[in-house]
Design a protein around this ligand. Sequence first.
Ligand SMILES: Nc1ncnc2c1ncn2[C@@H]1O[C@H](COP(=O)(O)OP(=O)(O)O)[C@@H](O)[C@H]1O
Ligand SMILES: [Mg+2]
Length: 262
Amino acid sequence: MTVITAEGLHKTYGEAVAVRDVSFTVEEGESLAVVGESGSGKTTIARMLLGLEMPTGGSITVCGRPRTPGRVSSKERRRRAREIQIVFQDPYSSLDKLQRAGDVIGTSLSLHFSLTPADLRRRTVELLESVGLGERHADMLPRQLSGGQRQRVAIARAIAVQPRVLVLDEAVAALDVSIQAQILNLLADIRERGEISYVFISHDLAVVNQISDTAIVMHRGEVVERGPTADLLRAPAEPYTRALLAAVPRPGWTPTRRERSS
Ligand SMILES: Nc1ncnc2c1ncn2[C@@H]1O[C@H](COP(=O)(O)OP(=O)(O)O)[C@@H](O)[C@H]1O
Ligand SMILES: [Mg+2]
């Protein structure tokens, strides 16, 4: 089943074109990467998928329902939130500094499910555990958590509503490489457990390689290359993709000299 169909997406800000004629689909359980350097239009795509930004052209269909422009009722907003959730790069700015981890998750749960206080607590602890934290983290404030732990809380908040699609916009970009790997493993586990799809946005092809099946490569708002991630890494057709690859040498994964020069 196709969970997202984006067709001919276009977004302009005044004279500037942020996204130009971008089309892609995301299948149930698939992880699609959106790769490109800063300013290539990735976040604009994320914001349009979430309904935070209206496309100037083209269409988005989520779980078979076309996203129509204009105001939506709060009931419709809640329904859409159960279809698609997002995790941003910096959990410190996306989390309320005065809200404890348990309440972050509890608020998300309460918006979408009617639970008794006991069930709410139980479900919150389950979610903390499902992202590798524990009950002891429930009462902690963002500043009492590490960057990786904060991102785990943001992931728990997003998966609390059991969305069909999780958009991850540079979700590991601010983390140290070893913590990145832990979060990528967690995301892989979550995808194995459920029927969730990812739109994984990153400037870093080495990271994308670990988490996505297919990728689209963005350059100045346009898709310049697409295909299975492994193929793009092994034999990038576009000079732009090759340049992206060359920009992200990483211990444990580097293109061979032959791949670099081919
Ligand atoms: N709200 C906005 N107003 C004007 N220009 C914007 C706005 N948001 C993004 N842009 C422009 O659109 C382009 C794509 O930005 P963005 O989607 O944030 O790229 P990325 O996430 O790949 O770094 C950039 O040139 C950016 O300056
Ligand atoms: Mg961005």
